[in-house]
Design a protein around this ligand. Structure first.
Ligand code: FMN
Length: 389
């Protein structure tokens, strides 16, 4: 039986299971590590209900499912990055990069959507605004075994605006509701939305309330709010992640108004102390740049938020735990750099971090670079850290 390189002791059976079962049956048959098991076992505390276009529907995510997640980030949170993050936290929810419905339907699916079984719980983020296309894409993603379908209502890039999706959908709450309802009707997975508090000159009270009302009525299972506006003209996507001011209180008020909607906050959150502060007001925190640039933060998640020991003790063990995955990918013909580019920030703040980064940046791109290159880079940190101690 096939085994995941990240979980060498655990048989990878869920993908095969998925192929044999209907989506409904597959959902019920999730393996024991799935957060849904708890939700199903404890319907009173974990499953909430809402009215989806007049019909009762269960919330398929509980607050604890979304307590901590790593944000969807194009070019960053690919499968190698997610597999690396997973070795540091069992509980963190992981998101793919945004994939457009067109790419899912017409593109190279295995390359775009394939993932390692050890990545669960993992959500796919879709970019699109045509309900019929979203239905097709959601079904394909469900068939791949994702744990959640998330709709992007927050990306402000020109390309996305031309396709009439992403952040500009903040201006079309009814259409977003239609998209969510269509996907909810097509798959048994949680369907969620990631949005901004508004765009351009919108009043953020009204804009976010209208979007939320629409998606809640459509049966949305959770909402993640990037707590700043997006400016659709004049700012680059990068500037749109920094320049519009953060308004965390706006997200807190949204949660107060919608107590039954699992709600996560995102934007500018950089420490576990900040995470815990936000969790007094909302159900979840989504970390973006900090999780990528200084992934060691993920080592604290299982212990500090779930009272469980982390899978590995420190960044050195994290690299060791990731090595079997890297070896398996190298054996399939991938370059070392495909994996190590996501690891450059791992030792940030430790003596030798710069030498580690430089070694990987120059050596891991060379043809034939293998695990030795990674080990040599880590040895620089071990040596310099020991000298400094
Ligand atoms: C390189 C990069 C790519 C991103 N790509 C996406 C994306 O595909 N979908 C999305 O919803 N947000 C995307 N974002 C935005 C993040 O998900 C997040 O909302 C934003 O970075 C704010 O969170 P942070 O301050 O914790 O980084 C991206 C951010 C970065 C830095």
């Amino acid at each position: 039986m096939a085994r995941s390189p990240l979980n060498s002791g655990r048989a990878v059976s869920s993908v095969r299971l998925k192929r044999r079962l209907s989506p409904d049956a597959f959902f019920r048959a999730k393996p024991a590590h799935s957060p849904y098991i708890g939700a199903i076992a404890n319907p009173i505390t974990d499953i909430r209900t809402c009215t989806a276009f007049g019909r009762k529907s269960k919330k398929l995510l509980s607050p604890k499912d979304i307590a901590l997640s790593v944000a969807p980030m194009i070019e960053w949170t690919d499968r190698h990055c997610r597999s690396f993050h997973r070795v540091m936290s069992r509980r963190t929810r992981l998101y793919t990069e945004m994939v457009t419905t067109g790419a899912v339907i017409h593109g190279p699916r295995d390359r775009l959507l394939g993932f390692d079984d050890a990545e669960h719980p993992v959500a796919v983020q879709l970019g699109g605004s045509d309900p019929a296309e979203l239905v097709k894409a959601a079904r394909i993603c469900a068939d791949f075994g994702y744990d959640e379908i998330n709709l992007n209502v927050g990306c402000p890039s020109d390309r996305v605006q031309n396709g009439r999706f992403g952040a500009c959908l903040m201006l079309e709450p009814a259409l977003v509701g239609e998209c969510v309802a269509a996907m909810k009707g097509a798959v048994s997975l949680p369907v969620t939305v990631k949005c901004r508090i508004g765009v351009d000159e919108q009043d953020t009270e009204e804009a976010l309330n209208r979007l939320t009302e629409s998606v809640v009525a459509a049966g949305c299972d959770a909402l993640t709010v990037h707590a700043r506006k997006a400016w659709l003209q004049g700012l680059s996507p990068k500037e749109n992640r920094d320049i519009p001011p953060l308004d965390y209180d706006r997200v807190y008020r949204l949660k107060q108004k919608n107590p039954d909607l699992p709600t996560a906050i995102n934007g500018g959150i950089r420490t576990m102390a900040e995470v815990k502060e936000h969790l007094k007001h909302v159900d979840g925190v989504m970390l973006g740049r900090i999780a990528y640039q200084e992934p060691e933060i993920l080592l604290a998640v299982d212990r500090e938020l779930f009272g469980e020991g982390p899978p590995v003790a420190d960044p050195f063990e994290a690299v060791e735990a990731y090595e079997p995955y890297v070896a398996a990918q190298l054996a399939e013909g991938r370059r070392l750099h495909d994996m190590t580019r996501h690891m450059l920030g791992l030792f940030t703040g430790r003596p030798g971090a710069r030498a580690y980064r430089r070694h990987l940046a120059t050596e891991a791109t060379k043809p034939g670079a293998g695990l030795e290159t990674l080990r040599d880079a880590v040895a620089k940190v071990s040596r310099l850290s020991a000298e400094a101690a």
